[in-house]
Ligand binder design. Structure first.
Ligand SMILES: [Cu+2]
Length: 176
């Protein structure tokens, strides 16, 4: 069977029942998802706290360094390992091409995680969890986090940030 062009004024013909049905289903589903976006933001678990501040990249680098000096407990492949007190502020700096520091958190405790970039746009992505966040230089994003599962999590950069992007992997350790 070959393809034959539609005859006459095809756009004036009746729309078949099945097509109407599928268009209706697609439209209803699109509306459901549209409504779910704000609802999920309010009622879903582990949502971003939408707390954002402006911060100069140099200032954030300074704050991270201060934070590292204060709570450093070791080193891993040249990257400082930091164990901050529960309830406090935690700083995570994204830069070409690493995350600093390695953060050690306690399960069930709440932290204020500050994330920013020293240079270009990076992506904060926690594996194997489905947590993704954009890291923009000049902005301090505060995520109020309460780790619910112990384990070692990788922080992967998911925004292409330059020729070393694929090696930009950080670490968050959650202990019992
Ligand atoms: Cu990257």
């Amino acid at each position: 069977m070959s393809v034959t062009p539609p005859e006459g004024v095809w756009w004036n013909q009746k729309v078949p029942k099945e097509e109407k049905l599928w268009v209706t289903i697609a439209l209803v589903w699109a509306i459901v998802m549209f409504v779910m976006m704000p609802l999920w933001h309010i009622y879903g678990k582990q949502n971003p706290s939408t707390e954002t501040y402006k911060v100069a990249p140099e200032e954030f680098v300074r704050l991270t360094q201060e934070f590292i000096e204060k709570y450093k407990v070791g080193e891993e492949n040249g990257v400082p390992v930091v164990e901050p007190p529960p309830g406090g502020d935690v700083y995570l700096l994204g830069k070409q091409f690493s995350w600093e520091p390695v953060i050690k958190l306690k399960k069930g405790e709440t932290y204020r995680l500050h994330i920013s970039s020293a240079d270009v746009l990076h992506g904060f992505s926690v594996y194997p969890m489905n947590i993704n966040f954009m890291v923009i230089p000049g902005y301090d994003y505060v995520l109020t986090v309460t780790p619910t599962q112990a384990g070692v999590y990788s922080v992967v950069c998911n925004e292409y940030c330059g020729p070393g992007h694929q090696v930009m992997v950080g670490k968050i350790i959650v202990v019992e």
